[in-house]
Design a protein around this ligand. Structure first.
Ligand SMILES: O=S(=O)(O)O[C@H]1C[C@H](O)[C@@H](O)[C@@H]1CO
Length: 606
């Protein structure tokens, strides 16, 4: 499940290294407009609504005035998203637009570089500039540092020589700095985070939210058409998690990412309801329904019949992307009273356009009663580790009535059942622990047992930058230089990579117990896969009696275990990780699950 929360996109998965790169959605002539930028050696800086904007989508530019009487490099620096990693051997591609507000005979040179926060140059290059006209000029350079920075406290810098450029005023717009990207995609993903997610072998990617779909007000909702095409035409938006979204990571980028990982999108369309509780009146839904139709046509439409699909083709992907599920809103149980008409009108229109798509409702299951009757519901659960352990049979009691379920957001987030969404001082987890991960694993054995009706499940939230986090815990944490794989990440990865092809019945765990398991069969290798979650700190001896003709005498155990409070975090990044060993197996064999452990036993049996 992905949304731009806690810099998951901007400053996270999306590889752009500069924060506030284009002064999008900021108020000119304010200090806030200069967020992440700072003056170097006395340059005076201000963000202004440029009389000649670089594009209609990017009205603001940075005015840099070089004072008289200063020698040495003078200009502007960007601190990145709480740091910039500079690795020797990597090629960094930088760009920016500049123009002189007044034409003159001035000719000079701009130095573009990376330097430590202390001012030590790591790499730089210079380009000539001239004030012959007031038009915008695009500068593209590549930077090849030969030494890696010791820390991520580094800045991107653009400077002129103080003496030579004394008194000059230059406007800059739309800076950008990219490191190498995952699969070298232009405008692509940060390699270490992308690789970490790819390692999980995910099947789907829910986008673009979560609450970041909704907006606080209708004009701040996520709008697909504002997030595709040339970056210079993307205005960005005020995200719902307290920071501006550049929308540099847009719908086409999401879809290319899905294709790169072999995932299908579970894509949401706005459902006419905002985070502040505003519902669009039924009579006014038309334009929003059309926008949803266009959004879906952008993904799967026929370029010969839909302009949105033709736009996709023009951006390099004439074939449709893989899409089977469209979610209608997010957590519309907050707007249940109007979801009855919003769901009806949106799904009626979308079903007529796209009869093969499956639409996912986000209100509480069958409350209210919706028409058309939803065949998919998205169920969210944030609770304590023990809630998850005690509710591994949550789906066993669900009616088998053609309805399918998407456990679209779940996580054990607090040890305090009376204040689950509270602060860390009140039991909220900052990072997943072994207790929370084994609680989730217990719950997931139930999802596996009920996979006839639970068609997908995803932990949420996926990502957070430890320097700007709106929600904890998260599956994968990161800072400018590192990625931190949590205990829950390893549980998700072990489930995902050891899914098997079919669930096979076994002696059922005790619903109110502390030890949970599920068994699957992997056809190609004639193996069974036994997943075991021990949600307590005491070891759990188990005996397996297998009704198979052939059972191998040895098998593989992949075991994640640690103290209940153990977390992987920036201070202890690899405290807990799965260990693989060989175990003795047979038609009857014993296995002792360590305290607070998740085990995956794999053996040939048929
Ligand atoms: O504050 S919440 O409403 O609980 O936000 C949660 C639920 C929402 O779908 C998602 O965006 C967010 C964190 O994963």
């Amino acid at each position: 499940m992905f949304e731009d929360i806690s810099q998951s996109g901007d400053g996270g998965l999306y590889a752009e290294l500069l924060q506030n790169r284009a002064f999008q959605q900021v108020t000119p002539n304010t200090a806030a407009a200069l967020n992440a930028w700072h003056s170097i050696n006395g340059a005076s800086l201000s963000v202004l609504a440029d009389p000649i904007p670089v594009s209609s989508a990017l009205p603001n530019s940075l005015q840099v005035t070089i004072p008289t009487g200063i020698t040495g490099p003078v200009g502007v620096g960007n601190e990145g998203y709480f740091g910039i990693k500079v690795a020797a051997g990597s090629t960094y591609t930088a760009s920016f637009h500049y123009r002189f507000p007044t034409a003159s005979s001035f000719k000079g040179r701009i130095t573009v570089g990376l330097q430590t926060a202390a001012g030590k140059s790591l790499v730089s290059t210079t380009v000539p500039i001239a004030a012959a006209s007031t038009a915008w000029t695009l500068v593209n350079v590549t930077l090849h540092p030969t030494t890696s920075a010791a820390t991520t406290a580094n800045n991107f810098t653009v400077t002129l020589d103080g003496a030579a450029a004394s008194g000059q005023t230059v406007h800059f717009a739309f800076f950008s700095l990219f490191p190498p990207t995952f699969k070298n995609r232009p405008n692509g993903m940060r390699v270490d985070i992308a690789t970490t997610l790819a390692e999980m072998g995910p099947s789907f990617f829910r986008l673009p939210g979560g609450n970041n779909l909704k907006g606080q007000i209708p004009s701040q909702r996520w709008q697909w058409n504002a997030t595709v095409g040339p970056l210079i035409n993307r205005p960005g938006r005020v995200g719902t998690w307290g920071y501006i979204n550049t929308d540099g990571l847009g719908l086409m980028d999401y879809l290319n990412w899905c294709e790169d990982l072999g995932m299908q999108a579970i894509m949401a369309v706005w459902s006419g309801f905002t985070l502040s509780g505003t519902s669009i009146a039924e009579a006014d839904l038309g334009p929003f329904i059309q926008q949803a139709i266009d959004q879906i046509n952008f993904v799967i439409g026929d370029p010969a019949k839909s302009s949105a699909a033709a736009l996709r083709a023009s951006l390099g992907h004439p074939a449709p992307f893989k899409l089977n599920y469209v979610e209608v809103g997010n957590e519309d149980f907050f707007g249940a009273d109007t979801y009855t008409y919003r769901w009806h009108d949106i799904v009626t229109a979308l079903t007529a356009e796209f009869p093969r798509l499956n639409f996912i409702a986000t209100s509480n299951t069958f409350n209210p009663i919706l028409s058309p009757n939803p065949l998919q519901y998205d169920i969210h659960e944030y609770n304590t580790p023990s809630w998850f352990a005690q509710n591994s049979f949550f789906y066993d009691g669900f009616q088998r009535n053609a309805t399918k379920y998407f456990e679209g957001e779940y996580a054990a987030i607090s040890t305090n059942s009376s204040d689950v969404f509270g602060s860390p001082a009140d039991g909220r987890l900052l990072f997943p622990t072994m207790q929370s991960a084994t609680g989730e694993a217990a719950f997931m054995t139930g999802i596996e047992r009920n996979s006839d009706i639970v068609f997908s499940a995803s932990y949420a939230p996926l990502l957070n930058h430890v320097a700007n986090t709106q929600w904890t815990p998260n599956l994968v944490s990161f800072d400018a230089g590192n990625v931190y794989r949590s205990t829950s990440y390893y549980v998700q990865k072990l489930f995902s990579l050891n899914r098997g092809d079919a669930y096979i019945p076994s002696t059922l765990p005790t619903p109110s117990g502390t030890l949970f398991w599920s068994v699957a069969r992997k056809n190609a290798t004639q193996q069974i896969i036994i997943k075991i979650s021990n949600t307590m700190d005491t070891v759990a001896p188990m005996t397996f009696v297998l009704p198979f003709t052939v059972v191998a005498s040895t098998g593989t155990a992949q075991v994640l275990t640690g103290a209940g409070t153990a977390s992987n975090s920036p201070t202890t990044p690899n405290l807990v990780s799965p260990k693989t060993s060989t175990i003795k197996t047979g038609k009857k064999f014993s296995y002792t699950a360590p305290g607070f452990s998740f085990s995956v036993l794999t053996l040939v049996a048929h």
